[in-house]
Design a protein around this ligand. Structure first.
Ligand code: FAD
Length: 565
C-alpha cells in the first residue's frame, strides 16, 4: 500500500477537468501487482474524511468489490467522546487516536493527506489540495465512481463577535492548545509579580455552551483544579478559582431527559461550578465575556464575567467545503447541513453517485410533504379547495395522527408543531390558512429532518452505507454507473436508512448521567466506572484500549500530567 505524494500526481501526464489539473488516475492504473490485478475493473470508491462516518464505512466495505481511496487532512481517527479528558491531562491524546493507514490497508486502499475543495459532478472528479514538497499548495483531481462525503462539521459561531479570543474543542490540536493555555494560566497566576486581580481573572474559566461537550469539559476542568492544582500550586487558593458555564437554554444538557439535566445542575451547584442559564453571549473580549440575561421584569440586561480562558462549544456548522457544495446545488436549501434522501444520496447531485454521512449531512424524510398531502386529502374530503381552506387545530391534530402512524420517529417534531401551530395563529382565530401552514412547515423543516450530530449517527450511517454498497456491487458487478443505466439500484437492493437512538451519556464530575433506551439514571463512582467501561469497549482497537487503561492507572498513581510542551 504505497504512499503517493502529490508530486507524483503532478508527473501524471493526463490533465483535465474545468481547471485543467493533473488527474490522479495512476492510483489505479499503475497498480499492476498480482495481488491488485483486478483493481482496475472495480468501481472507484472515494471517501472524504477519516472521522466516525468514514471509519465505520471503511471497516465494513468489501475490499473485493471496490477500489478505495481515502482523502483527509488528518491521517488518524479521533475518538472524540473522550477528548475533554485529554484537555486536562487525564488521558494522553495518543490514547484517543488510531492511525488511519492500517485501517485503509485492510481494504487494499490508498490514503491521501489532502483536503477536498470542490466536486465536478458532471465529470466525477473531486478537486483536492495538499501541501507539496516545498510547502506550497498543490491541486489535483481524483476521479470517482462512487463518492462519500464524510467531512464532519466546524464549531458554530452563531455570529458572535470576538470568537478569536476563544478556544474550540473539535480535534487533537484544539485539545493541545487548551491544555497549554490552562497550564500557562496556572503558572502565570503563581508568579509573585501577578496582582490579586489578575490572578483571579487568569483563574476564571468560562465555557459557552451547556451541551455534552461543554458540560464534560467543565467537569474535567473542575476535577483537575480540585484534585491536582490545589495540591501542586501552593500559591493558588481554591477560592480564587472559578468555573462558569453559560447556556442559552433554560437547562444544561437540554437534549437529555429533564431529570438528568437537573441532576447535572445539582451536581455543578454542589461543586460550585457557576451555571448561567437563558444567557446569550453577545461578545467575547480578550479579558471578559459579555452576555445578556432577562431580569425579573423580563428586561434584557447585559452582564460580564472577567476571564482568562474561554471555550466556545455551542453546536456545529457546515465546513467551508460543504458550504461550497450546497451553494453549487440549487435544490440544497438547508443552511446547516447537506441534505440527503433516506438512502443518504446527496440531493441534487446528478447521477445519484454521491453520498453524504455524519455531521456534514441531514436526512430529508419528507414528513412535511406528507403533512401537505394529508391536508389536501382532508380538504377534498370536506369538499373544499385546499388553497382556500382554513385549517383548525382539530384538523391539524387528525392529520398529525396519521403522519405519526406513518413516521413514528417524527413524534417529537409533531408535538413541537402542535405548540407552533398555536403560537403561529397570529389573529387568534384558531385557524391557519394553507399558505401560513406551509410557511410554518418551511420554518421548522430543518428541525423536522435533522438528526443529532453525534458519533452514534455517523457510525450507523457509515455501516449502513458500506453494507448497501457491498450489496450493490454484488447485484451489479463491476458497475460503471455512468455507462450502464441500473435504474434506482439503491432502492431496489437495500432498505432506506433508519436511525436507532441507542442513548446518551455524559460525565459530570466524579459522576455520570445515562439516558439509554428510555431508562435514565445518574450516579457517583459506580456510574463513572460504567461510563468509562462503555467508552473503553467502544474504543477502536486493542492498542487504544491498552493505552487508555495505562492512562487511568497512571493518573490514579501519580496524578495528572501538568506540563505544557
Ligand atoms: P468527524 O468525525 O468530525 O470527521 C470528519 C473528518 O473529515 C475528519 O477526518 C476531518 O479531518 C475530515 N475533513 C474535514 N474537511 C475535509 C475536507 N475538506 N476534505 C477531506 N476531509 C476533510 N458524539 C457522540 O455520539 N457521543 C459523544 O460522547 C460525543 N462527544 C464528543 C465530544 C467532543 C469533544 C466532540 C468534538 C464531539 C463529540 N461527539 C460525540 C460528536 C461526534 O464526535 C461527531 O458527531 C462525529 O465525530 C461526527 O462524525 P463525522 O464522521 O461526521 O465527522
Amino acid at each position: 500500500n504505497e504512499d503517493v505524494s502529490v508530486s507524483e500526481v503532478a508527473l501524471n501526464p493526463r490533465r483535465g477537468g474545468p481547471k485543467n489539473l493533473p488527474i490522479a488516475e495512476h492510483l489505479i492504473d499503475d497498480d499492476d501487482s498480482p495481488s491488485k490485478k483486478n483493481q482496475k475493473h472495480k468501481p472507484k470508491l472515494v471517501i472524504l474524511g477519516t472521522g466516525w462516518g468514514a471509519v465505520s464505512l471503511l471497516k465494513n466495505i468489501d475490499p473485493d468489490e471496490y477500489h478505495v481511496t481515502v482523502v483527509s487532512p488528518s491521517n488518524h481517527f479521533l475518538f472524540t467522546p473522550m477528548l475533554p479528558s485529554a484537555t486536562v491531562g487525564t488521558l494522553d491524546l495518543r490514547s484517543l487516536v488510531e492511525p488511519i493507514r492500517p485501517i485503509v490497508a485492510r481494504v487494499d486502499g490508498h490514503f491521501l493527506k489532502a483536503m477536498a475543495q470542490d466536486i465536478e459532478f458532471s465529470e466525477k472528479l473531486v478537486e483536492c489540495t495538499a501541501v507539496g514538497p516545498n510547502g506550497e499548495n498543490q491541486s489535483f483531481y481524483l476521479p470517482y465512481d462512487k463518492l462519500v462525503v464524510a467531512v464532519g462539521s466546524v464549531s458554530n459561531p452563531h455570529g458572535v463577535k470576538g470568537l478569536d479570543n476563544c478556544h474550540f474543542l473539535k480535534d487533537t490540536n484544539d485539545a493541545r492548545l487548551i491544555r497549554n493555555t490552562v497550564i500557562r494560566n496556572l503558572e502565570t497566576a503563581s508568579l509573585p509579580t501577578t496582582t490579586d486581580e489578575e490572578r483571579k481573572r487568569l483563574l476564571s474559566f468560562v465555557i459557552c455552551g451547556g451541551g455534552p461537550t461543554g458540560v464534560e469539559f467543565a467537569a474535567e476542568l473542575y476535577d483537575m483544579l480540585n484534585e491536582d492544582v490545589v495540591k501542586f500550586f501552593p500559591k493558588i487558593l481554591r477560592c480564587e478559582i472559578s468555573v462558569h458555564l453559560v447556556q442559552s437554554r433554560g437547562h444544561i444538557l437540554n437534549t437529555y431527559d429533564e431529570t438528568l439535566s437537573r441532576y447535572a445542575e445539582a451536581r455543578f451547584a454542589h461543586d460550585s461550578v457557576d451555571v448561567q442559564t437563558n444567557a446569550r453571549v453577545k461578545e467575547v473580549k480578550p479579558d471578559r465575556i459579555l452576555f445578556s440575561q432577562k431580569d425579573e421584569q423580563g428586561k434584557d440586561i447585559v452582564k460580564e464575567i472577567p476571564m482568562g480562558f474561554c471555550l466556545w462549544s455551542t453546536g456545529v456548522a457546515q465546513t467551508e467545503f460543504s458550504r461550497r457544495l450546497a451553494d453549487k446545488i440549487e435544490v440544497q436549501k438547508n443552511k446547516h447541513a447537506l441534505e440527503t434522501d433516506t438512502h443518504l444520496r446527496l440531493i441534487g447531485a446528478p447521477l445519484g453517485d454521491v453520498y453524504a454521512i455524519g455531521d456534514c449531512s441531514t436526512v430529508q424524510n419528507n414528513v412535511s410533504d406528507h403533512i401537505v398531502t394529508f391536508l389536501r386529502t382532508l380538504a377534498w374530503e370536506k369538499g373544499k379547495n385546499p388553497e382556500d381552506m382554513q385549517i383548525t387545530f382539530s384538523d391539524w391534530r387528525s392529520v398529525a395522527k396519521k403522519v405519526r402512524q406513518r413516521f413514528p420517529q417524527a413524534a417529537d417534531h409533531l408535538r413541537r408543531l402542535d405548540r407552533l401551530f398555536q403560537q403561529y395563529d397570529k389573529d387568534k382565530s384558531g385557524t391557519l390558512d394553507f399558505g401560513e401552514l406551509r410557511e410554518l412547515l418551511i420554518q421548522i423543516d430543518s428541525k423536522l429532518t435533522s438528526l443529532p450530530a453525534t458519533a452514534q449517527r455517523a457510525h450507523q450511517q457509515g455501516t449502513y452505507l458500506a453494507k448497501k454498497l457491498n450489496r450493490m456491487a454484488q447485484v451489479a458487478p463491476g458497475m460503471q454507473l455512468n455507462q450502464v443505466d441500473y435504474g434506482d439500484l439503491d432502492e431496489s437492493v437495500y432498505k432506506a436508512f433508519e436511525y436507532h437512538n441507542l442513548g446518551s451519556l455524559a460525565y459530570v464530575g466524579n459522576a455520570a448521567v445515562f439516558d439509554i433506551g428510555g431508562m435514565n439514571f445518574a450516579g457517583g463512582l459506580m456510574a463513572v466506572y460504567l461510563w468509562r467501561s462503555i467508552y473503553f469497549a467502544q474504543s477502536v482497537s486493542f492498542r487504544t484500549r491498552f493505552m487508555l487503561a495505562m492512562d487511568w492507572t497512571k493518573r490514579g498513581l501519580f496524578g495528572r500530567d501538568l506540563m505544557n510542551f
